[in-house]
Write a protein that binds this ligand. Sequence first.
Ligand code: CS2
Ligand code: MN
Length: 364
Amino acid sequence: MKMVFRWFGEGNDQVPLAFIRQIPGVEGIVWALHEVPAGEEWPMEKIEAVRRQADAHGFHIDVVESVNVHESIKLGLPSRDRYIENYKRTIEKLGRVGVKVICYNFMPVFDWIRTELYRELEDGSTALFYEKSLLQNMDPLELVRKIADNPKFTIPGWEPQRLEALSELFHAYRDVTEEQLWSNLQYFLEEIVPVAEGSGIRMAIHPDDPPWSVFGLPRIVTGRDNIRRLLKLVDRPANGVTLCSGSLGANPANDIPAMIREFADRIPFAHIRNVRVYENGDFIETSHRTADGTVDIAGIVQAYHDVGFAGYARPDHGRHLWGEECRPGYGLYDRAMGIMYLWGLWDALERRKRGRLHRNAANQ
Ligand code: CS2
Ligand code: MN
């Protein structure tokens, strides 16, 4: 397991690289050019600049999250070919600086969705919260005002430019069925996966968050069956998945350890975090610790260990603690603690395995 940490870039992340350096066992940053609008080709100078900054702190830049997919690709419009060309050029450039994994998602209009960014937990910390009944009766615009209107930080997935044309976008999606979205995804993958392969890169789709349809928009990466289908669309190692335990875990029917065992060789990148799901379908993000949520983080780490996972992993969202001012879900403290929990589980498993090997050798 190669531990990495998401970093939003110089001047765009309140956590300096020098602080990330102090979290045990972090070898690389997970990055993106957040200022480049979806669909545009990434400029090489800007890519190189991030590489230099990371280098100066001893980090690699193997994992990019995300190269965002332009809506016309998801909608299957004639203009998609132009944007797919740009996407390919970006993949090639990233390959040239040594990037190994590109995380992306295929969610129409919105990336992740919550109804509250700072919901208080019983310990006084706050975290992202999803209230099912509230969302069912909410106007999407109202939600955008609530989430995107954050004066201090732009929120990934809720960039203003993405949301400018919201009503037109909803209109454009009115006739897009799940099956059409699948076929648009297939078209995209057939184009880009060979380019990724040629560039030494594995594509890793992020599951839908939450893993169900919202505001009547189609969503297709929600659980085991459709991940199976996705991997078969282009049945190559370069067509993989970012297995996000928090996104998939919002649906308690998802057996994540079983998915890890089944899809092991197609998971180049793992997001590991916990959520607590309530009986009414609401959920809140918690600490990474197994006992704090409903996702079996210990079982997940065990599954990764059992399959000999050698890919990249990062803690995902964390709570907001100790008065930290940060981008929602992306404070330093809880994610750093999350890493220590993940290493604790991992190291204990390693030790047990080595002990077993020693004993077996001694018995021979
Ligand atoms: C992430 C997603 O911060 C988050 O919620 O898990 O935004 C993720 O980066 C994208 O869906 C990946 O394309
Ligand atoms: Mn995630």
